[in-house]
Design a binder for this molecule. Structure first.
Ligand SMILES: [Zn+2]
Length: 283
């Protein structure tokens, strides 16, 4: 993705035009910050992990931006990297639109998301552009390198967004506050050596399951690939299994669990629990 102005991202091939969706900071109201940014490594990560919670926050008035670090260029056995990138960005944008959210791709590449300064500046630019109250991303330990790198980059970007002398490619204005940062628990809620990683709290998203299914189904290239290989709708089924496992922790059919970055100077109060009126430690 190419930065074209101080605050806006180029729409790029297959992307929605961020000029119409990432609000100018100068136009933002001084009332409560309702902006939420969910950053996954690849298209569909956010859908699997937090679209139920995004949907609940949306119903409370949140403005949502969904971003992916990469377009999912390795998620195919039949298309070129260029073609599958085009397809998957279109799928991600369609999914985001179902939620009334915007979609941004930072144009890194699968298995090549480096936790380095160049990428950190790019992610910081995105955080500054959105200036969110809440950020979701992958946990710092997960089953694959892109997820771990994304988690670290986003953690650093939330901090760096408020540091005026940390330059970004688009020279976005620094933010005034560090957002509340939440992580998706790693796959299977275990770390790389099998130790349990329990979520700090679980959100009941049973009423959002149909919305979640619909958004996930937008990622047709991935769903059909798994359908051919598994002979069943594994894509949707695996999301439902994950949600059921998480939901068990609080006695509901479908849940989404999160860990909060609770280290200063990041805010440590649980704004999601407060906004949704749920227990802040429900694991
Ligand atoms: Zn992923």
């Amino acid at each position: 993705m190419t930065l074209v102005t101080s605050r806006h991202y180029n729409a790029g091939d297959g992307l929605v035009d961020q000029r119409s969706c990432v609000s100018e900071q100068s136009e933002r109201s001084m009332s409560e910050n309702n902006r939420v940014l969910a950053i996954g490594a690849h298209p569909d990560d956010v859908e699997f992990c937090c679209t139920g919670t995004l949907s609940r926050l949306k119903k409370k008035g949140a403005e949502v931006v969904i971003a992916t670090m990469a377009p999912g260029d390795c998620g195919t056995t039949q298309y070129s990297a260029r073609e599958i990138s085009r397809i998957r960005k279109g799928e991600a944008a369609k999914s985001a639109s179902m939620l009334g959210a915007e979609y941004v791709c930072l144009e890194e590449r699968d298995l090549s998301i480096d936790c380095d300064t160049v990428t950190r500046r790019k992610v910081t630019g995105l955080v500054r552009s959105v200036d969110p109250a809440i950020v979701f991303t992958h946990f710092l330990v997960d089953y694959m390198v892109d997820h771990e790198a994304t988690g670290r980059l986003v953690r650093d970007a939330c901090f760096g967004a408020g540091v005026p002398n940390f330059g970004t490619p688009g020279n976005e204005s620094h933010t005034e506050t560090i957002p509340h940062l939440y992580y998706f628990p790693p796959s299977g809620c275990i770390d790389n050596v099998g130790n349990p990683i329990e979520p700090h709290f679980v959100v009941d998203v049973n009423d959002e399951v149909e919305q979640k299914k619909g958004m996930l189904a937008c990622h047709a290239s991935q769903r059909e690939w798994l359908l051919r290989h598994h002979g069943m709708d594994e894509y949707i089924e695996s999301m439902l299994r994950r949600g059921a496992e998480m939901g068990k922790r609080i006695g509901v059919e479908h849940g989404e669990g999160f860990l909060q970055h609770r280290c200063q100077p990041y805010p440590t109060d649980n704004t999601i629990a407060e906004r949704l009126g749920i227990a802040s430690d429900s694991s």
